[in-house]
Ligand binder design. Sequence first.
Ligand SMILES: NC(=O)c1ccc[n+]([C@@H]2O[C@H](COP(=O)([O-])OP(=O)(O)OC[C@H]3O[C@@H](n4cnc5c(N)ncnc54)[C@H](OP(=O)(O)O)[C@@H]3O)[C@@H](O)[C@H]2O)c1
Length: 388
Amino acid sequence: MSDGSTQQQIAILGSTGSIGTSCLKVLRAHPQRFSAHVITANRRWQDLAAQCHEFRPAKAILTGIGPDEIDRSQFPSSVELLFGEEPCIEAVQDPVVDTVVTGIVGAAGLRTTWAALEAGKRVAFANKETLVVGGSLIVELLRHSGAELLPVDSEHSAVFQTLQCGRREDLQRIILTASGGPFRKATQQELEEVTVAQALAHPTWNMGAKITIDSATMMNKALEVIEARWLFDVTAAEIDVVVHPESIVHSMVEFNDGSVVAHLSPPDMCLPIQYALTWPERVAGVSPRMDFTQAFHLHFEPPDPVRFPALELGFEVARQGGTAGAVLNAANEVAVDRFLNEEIRFTDIPRLCRSILESHSFDAAPTLDDVLRLDEWSRLEATRWTSS
Ligand SMILES: NC(=O)c1ccc[n+]([C@@H]2O[C@H](COP(=O)([O-])OP(=O)(O)OC[C@H]3O[C@@H](n4cnc5c(N)ncnc54)[C@H](OP(=O)(O)O)[C@@H]3O)[C@@H](O)[C@H]2O)c1
């Protein structure tokens, strides 16, 4: 791994998304240290073309459209333009690539993340759904591949950083913070009537549509509980969630003497992305800094499991392991799409997920094929689900 004296070659999966563009901001600030070797998008080829002009990667890949659907002349001729998932898999395993940033949304990121880990890369990991789906299998792969999985999710980056303040055997619990989303104070009746536009208006974070809806239902926190369970090898009982609307404390760990260590910064994803790229080094970056010259307050409150039932699903799945994560994740991806298409209500999202989760035949020790099969089954069931 680079110590900063040689330029790191980065593959950014999902460079046109919220994580991807924040990652490119980090690269823009450190041209000596980092170079974008590969960038990928699903369909937004014009955004990808613009990024190619600025960052001049060796390769650009579009996974969701073919060569007939784009204007090749808008890309620099020096960039090798490729299509489909196979070139992504080859690209993340290329010996030239040092670090892979996984900014793809959903379980669609599983195969490429898997390929990068198999090749022993450093993976700066934003695509939490992959760990929710493949948890135990990914942990096993990490054990023998020599790869590094460094969290980009701000909460998990915070836990990763605060854990360095004590011995692992002295850890009491991990406390994940949650903004509470736009409906923190909404009544149950108001939640039943939430519109797509209201759910997409997050109070503190500017993110892609899927994670924004997940934040509003608190399914995002549920997925993060499962992510933390696998990333930090803790049980569900060792994870707590607290609502913290300012999104300044990104998470905390408590040690056995009662000390709680927290990580604070203004809400901005460049910081955890940069830390995953430079770890164990820290360097000055582009992220805003805390301003203690102005008075401000930080608030903490327990989450409400009645109005936000999605959260409990995360704890249940973290306890169960096995195939539960794949089923919950796929059901949620379909439910979010259906809500965005105005086919189901906001409050149907956790109802749909619970119903599919409870009707699946659980397997405690699945193979990757089993997990992928259940992902497909869950998507089909979730597409058919209707509110009773
Ligand atoms: N945004 C955040 O602040 C944040 C924070 C923590 C964790 N995360 C996690 O990071 C991941 C990305 O989130 P995001 O908010 O950056 O999402 P986003 O803004 O929707 O961006 C998603 C990226 O993935 C690409 N993509 C979409 N579907 C794909 C598919 N089927 N195959 C391959 N590529 C695909 C998109 O390409 P197109 O542009 O062509 O659609 C885009 O580049 C998620 O797992 C999320 O939970 C995000």
